[in-house]
Design a protein around this ligand. Sequence first.
Ligand code: ZN
Length: 245
Amino acid sequence: MYQRTDALVLKSFDFKETDQILTIFSRELGKIPVVAKGVKKPQSTLRGLVQPFCYSQFFITRSGEMYLITQGRINEFFGNIREDLDKTLQAIYILELLDKSTVERDPNPPLLDLALQVLRYMEGNPKSSIYLRFFEIKQLGLVGFAPVLDGCCNCRRTDRLYYFSPSSGGALCSDCAPRIGGKRVMPATLAALRTLQQSGLRIIPRLRLSPAVLEQMEKVMEDYLEFYLEKKLNLKEVMRTIKKS
Ligand SMILES: [Zn+2]
């Protein structure tokens, strides 16, 4: 029994002499491991399909606990992203987040569409870290962990929101924060995150954000993601190192 599915390749590693095991995020089946047999042979027709962040149509068949790829074709390749090191790292980060925020065999087509939408924008626009923040905040909503940004997550008031606390679930006001804890954040940081949470990608070129706000947005989201996913985002360190060098 063959099944056709559209999927993003999240990661791959070599297996045996000529095979690879991939993790793909598929529209119909969610995140699944698949075996690409003979893919490292020069004549293999699967070679193009199995690269990270390729969006491909796969024909797969079940083999015990695993799936085997029998054939496929590339839907989208994202060549501009691949030619730019910073964009490549950003795309890999998106895939890492997708991988870490999902469990196997739990389809989430809106999450796949979000990743594709952000990759397409990155492909056609100048690089910007705001795409990552957009992906992070929308993705949290799609897996059920959206932070509260439009009011204090303790008392619900909507003014004097000067703090952020991952363990409380988002913004805190200046009355609640001393009792509950939370890090001080600039109102502009919360406002920018709120805008991304409530808007589409088309808002991004219109945003004018200072370097300090961009940096704080990154830190706030990193703390929040690490708290909710209970995982260290290893790639963040790599990206920071490359940025400095
Ligand atoms: Zn409060």
